[in-house]
Write a protein that binds this ligand. Structure first.
Ligand code: UDP
Ligand code: MG
Length: 325
């Protein structure tokens, strides 16, 4: 197994100068560990010079391959694109901003060689994230874990998948995927390694509040219909409440007293209105998902690919330091 090929997939969105830094760091880590590897850099429709830098790296180094998506499809789609272009015996998915330390890869590979099919890197810390981000991630992960039984607490997208696990994952046809969830859902022998998430090197997080919200909603709706059941439950709760209040109001009216009118009406309107709208919203989210899946559009489109023109000969991976290139 020692000469197995490890594929590394890294999505790149406007990382610019980070591209070379990432490849150099990865090459030096893999070189030191004596691991044979290839890296697939997926340009997720960057608007800066990321693609030309990726192409440059790919031409210099036969182990580097570039895939350019036709526009920004989002990190999840970029990951999928990468996974569809790997040829290794195991694939490691990692962020290209060096927040996921490449130095953890050898440990992940060892776990894989020891028999695990899915090796997750779990966070020991959360430096490099704002309090707000940390809090919302925590709330979301707890809610997700509670509702779906797929454990996301302290999970990251930094994972290693063995070939069988990768093929299983690729068989999932969903349009809006949620890598963290699907790679847990598939099962397989699992193991974890602990990593320290570093500060981002260069630039700010590429996520917008809106993007994160969509990710959360997609994640939830693709894994559970619990929110729909919650709407039903809330409806039932309101039915009981309505009965009690209705009877009470009637009794009061018959016995001649009357309820304080205006305030009650306003309150009832506000409360019911809110619940009805939230209920509709929840249903709408599922409807949107169905619509998306039914349309069946491709999950990503590739504009071009670049690999070194020299086919990588069996010994082109000979351990060498490329860090200072
Ligand atoms: N990314 C991407 N497409 C996007 C947003 C992000 O490919 O639309 C990539 C980005 O280049 C990086 C990784 O996803 O390699 C993680 O992004 P980021 O660091 O912005 O997210 P965070 O670390 O804050 O979760
Ligand atoms: Mg990051």
């Amino acid at each position: 197994m020692s000469d197995s090929l490890i594929s590394v997939v890294a999505p790149i969105y406007n990382e610019g100068a980070g591209v070379e830094r990432f490849v150099a760091r990865l090459a030096s880590v893999m070189g030191e560990a004596g691991l044979r590897f290839e890296v697939v850099l997926v340009d997720d429709g960057s608007s800066d010079d990321s693609w030309s830098r990726i192409a440059g790296q790919a031409l210099l180094d036969p182990r580097v391959h570039g895939v350019r998506l036709s526009r920004n499809f989002g990190k999840e789609a970029a990951l999928l694109a990468g996974l569809d272009h790997v040829s290794g015996d195991a694939v490691v998915v990692i962020d290209s901003d060096l927040q996921h330390p490449p130095s953890a890869i050898p440990a992940m590979v060892h776990r894989w060689q020891a028999g695990a099919q899915v090796v997750e890197a779990v966070k020991r810390n959360r430096t490099g994230q704002s309090i707000g981000n940390r809090l919302s991630a925590r709330v979301f992960n707890r809610a997700f874990t509670g509702l779906t039984k797929v454990d996301l607490v302290d999970a990251t997208d930094f994972r290693l998948l063995g070939r069988p696990a990768l093929e299983a994952l690729r068989r999932m046809p969903e349009h809006s995927t949620f890598f963290r969830g699907t790679s847990s859902w598939i099962g397989f022998t699992r193991d974890t390694v602990e990593v320290d998430i570093d500060h981002r090197e260069g630039g700010a997080s590429r996520w917008t509040m809106r993007g994160l919200f969509r990710l959360a909603v997609n994640g939830l709706t693709s894994f559970t219909s619990a929110p729909l059941h919650l709407v039903t439950l809330a409806g039932l709760g309101f039915a009981v409440f309505a009965m009690v209040l209705g009877v009470q109001t009637l009794v009061r009216w018959i016995s001649g007293g009357s309820v304080a009118g205006f305030t009650t009406v306003i309150l009832l309107l506000l409360v019911t209105g809110t619940f009805v709208l939230i209920g509709l919203g929840v249903i709408g989210e599922y409807l949107a998902r169905i619509h998306e899946e039914v349309r069946g559009r491709p999950r990503y489109l590739v504009q071009e690919r670049v690999s070194s023109p020299v086919p990588s000969s069996p010994d082109s991976w000979v351990v060498e330091q490329r860090a200072e290139r």
